[in-house]
Write a protein that binds this ligand. Sequence first.
Ligand code: FAD
Length: 385
Amino acid sequence: MSIKGVDITVLGGGIAGLASAIALAQRGAVVTVLEQSSALGEVGAGLQIGPNGVAVLEALGLREAAAAVANVPEAVELRDMATSREVARLPMGQTAVQRWGRPYWQFHRADLLAVLASGARAAGVDIRLGHKIETISDIKASVVIAADGVRSAIRAEVFNGQPASFTGQVAWRGIIPAEKLPAGTVKNAATVYMGPGRHLVTYPMRGSSVVNFVAVEERDTWSEEGWNIPDDPENLRRAFAEAGRDVQTILNAVDETFLWGLFNHPYLPRWTKDNVALVGDACHPMLPYLAQGAVMALEDAWVLARELDRAGVPEGLLAYERTCKPRATRVQKAAASNATAYHLRSGPSRLVAHAGLKAISRLAPSVLLARFDWLYGEDVTKGNQ
Ligand SMILES: Cc1cc2nc3c(=O)[nH]c(=O)nc-3n(C[C@H](O)[C@H](O)[C@H](O)COP(=O)(O)OP(=O)(O)OC[C@H]3O[C@@H](n4cnc5c(N)ncnc54)[C@H](O)[C@@H]3O)c2cc1C
């Protein structure tokens, strides 16, 4: 069995769609990507790719191109939002390479998308922009890969996807020019400032010339239908008015921001049907608190292409689902539970939790790192060329 010469349409030119297109085309499929937007890319925002995602970029032959635009953080740091005191520190940098075999990378999304798009074109993929697909019957291809994101039309149509519910959390995202911040305010790390009912994540990108931020707040209502709405930075500052000096300094430098409502999606019973498969956020949307949504999309892409090449339709698609779904479900659950850990309210339980983390981080950092072995240590490309 081989996918050589098989015509495959990939719906969506995000991380999942482009990575799938490359993996399939490199195995000989004739791949077309249909993307509704007139340009590939996204509003300014960052993306962290853990070692398990870097493994896939490497297997796709993109390691060098991606490394050229990646930032390599020294650590992931958890800090108290009021005092900026360190609660826990996970060394990354060389430690990640030694422990999990590959680095932990941070990107401007547009840079990673550009690397994937150029990899796709080099593999012979036909990328058609400005193509919005309303229904699956608009697509004539032997295999359809739906990589149409968190609000997937194909999930709703073919997989009877149920409506999402508001999580009670919203996220502001944006980018700050580094020159607007006093030197040293943002370290070369993914820094999580944890406060009651809210947190802020920052990290540098593009040779530390800009700083990415994601700020999450718990709130009762979300009325907007939109997913990516420009918001007044004053609303962001108001939401973090109780935060300490460092967080205030960072947020005072924000000129432009976008607001997302974060939604819970019911777990899908199936990811594949006949000759159609979902990949990426279309099948496993998750809260962003583990920075693994796009990474899981990369893992999907590799396994999907390998299994389709090995066993064809439908067996290969079913094998993809059997391999990736249990792991993605575990990651979805782990990401959701991080919200609770980050947002602990004031009081004894918060103090105890932070003190416990601090002690482990100081006395036995490898115990903290070991908690991520199942995630970052996985290499879906290993031994499976
Ligand atoms: C605040 C925040 C921070 C995050 N940080 C990280 C992180 O650090 N690391 C990480 O791994 N993940 C992170 N994620 C998750 C990550 O952004 C997603 O998991 C990832 O972008 C999913 O990629 P995708 O290709 O499945 O979907 P998308 O990126 O949404 O791409 C879907 C594409 O399909 C196109 N499309 C949709 N419908 C149609 C249609 N009908 N016809 C044609 N085209 C269509 C869209 O235009 C889009 O280009 C974060 C998410 C959020 C909200």
